[in-house]
Write a protein that binds this ligand. Structure first.
Ligand code: ATP
Ligand code: MG
Ligand code: FE
Length: 337
């Protein structure tokens, strides 16, 4: 089965083609960062309009990359939520229209399920059950992934997401938007122990996070005239320490030995190295997709659609209904195990 994946939940337009026997055949991504950079954040209306412009172009490019004709597509998976309503609707409409033309099924996919299962696109795959550490621009969650479609939320951020903390801190240092990767780059030149930033909520039981205080601490350090590279390095270290402590606790609580690092912040190199060390010590294993599959992409959406279609699932949504707010754990109630 060859599945076309469509992703338009935020500010990346992406189309991919996943073949259930041959693997990923095309992975087209267009990032809108240039459209939104001057506003310092994503402007929903502009995002939707740009998706509309780019979807047909990316579809053509994906077919060329995969060397396929359009009638060789057997199914379509599109991101149905969570995300920006208007942006999601452009992808849903494109998917439904194309499905009608090709006379094939279209299935709405949960964006975060895509992030969490993205490592299954790789040759070396995690085994169920595993702990998913979802660290993206909008989410910071520890999820027990028991099986396909069976997820339990163990902990999450009560305020800012990790990626958001990176981006806001980067903005304060004038590194542009979204500045997470740029901040990490700057951190390479700084001293990780220069400033003692808080490790929020580690003295409290439970697996929840809070990152908004860290951003405030960064603002104070900037005001105090500290070196920006030192601030970046110390900030990154504080985030990594905090995540590592809670991940350790989650592993003890569940007894799981496999960890999946997912979402855009999973592209962060020092975080990857730290988790690798940690899992080596514990005799477990950490899995992370290559950076291009960590940030928003359609390959992960095509994969989830393929897995669910193979189980015989079909889309219940008749029109272009999308779900801007849609908790991942709600999928567990639907799963037909
Ligand atoms: P969500 O998936 O929760 O809806 P999103 O789709 O906006 O959010 P992603 O595309 O998964 O998020 O990830 C983007 C985030 O990842 C941004 O906050 C960005 O700054 C961050 N990021 C990307 N690369 C790095 C890096 N090397 N270090 C730290 N943060 C990074
Ligand atoms: Mg994005
Ligand atoms: Fe995402």
């Amino acid at each position: 089965m060859r599945v076309l994946g469509i992703e338009t939940s935020c500010d990346e337009t992406a189309i991919a083609i996943y073949d259930t026997t041959r693997g990923l055949l095309a992975n087209q991504i267009h990032s809108q960062t240039d459209v939104h950079a001057c506003y310092g954040g994503v402007v929903p209306e502009l995002a939707a309009r740009d998706h509309v412009r780019k979807l047909p172009l990316l579809f053509r490019a994906a077919l060329i990359e995969a060397n396929l004709r359009r009638d060789q597509i057997n199914a379509i998976g599109y991101t149905a939520g969570p995300g920006l309503q208007g942006a999601l609707m452009t992808g849903a409409a494109f998917a439904k229209g194309l499905a009608r033309a090709l006379q094939c099924p279209a299935l709405g996919v949960h964006h975060l399920e895509g992030h969490v299962l993205a490592p299954l696109l790789e040759e070396e795959r995690p085994q169920f059950p595993f702990l998913a550490v979802l660290v993206s621009g909008g989410h910071t969650q520890l999820i027990a992934v028991k099986a396909l479609g069976d997820y339990a939320l163990l902990g999450e951020s009560i305020d800012d997401a990790v990626g958001e903390a990176f981006d806001k801190s980067a903005k304060l240092m004038g590194l542009g938007y979204p500045g997470g990767a740029a901040l990490s780059q700057l951190a390479q030149r700084g001293r990780r122990d220069a400033i003692r930033f808080p490790r929020p909520m580690i003295d409290r039981p439970g697996l929840d996070f809070s990152f908004s205080g860290l951003k405030t601490a960064v603002a104070l350090a900037i005001a105090a005239g500290k070196d920006h590279a030192d601030i970046a390095a110390s900030f990154e270290q504080a985030v990594i320490d905090t995540l590592a402590i809670k991940i350790g606790r989650a592993l003890e609580q569940t007894g799981y030995r496999h960890v999946v690092l997912a979402g855009g912040v999973a592209a962060n190199r020092p975080l990857r190295l730290r988790l690798k060390e940690m899992m080596d010590e514990r005799g477990g294993q950490v899995f992370y997709p290559p950076p291009i599959l960590c940030t928003d992409n359609a390959a992960m959406i095509a994969l989830v659609a393929a897995l669910r279609l193979e189980r015989g699932e079909r889309d219940a949504a008749a029109g272009f209904e999308v779900r801007p707010r849609w908790p991942l754990v709600s999928l567990s109630h639907l799963s037909s195990r």
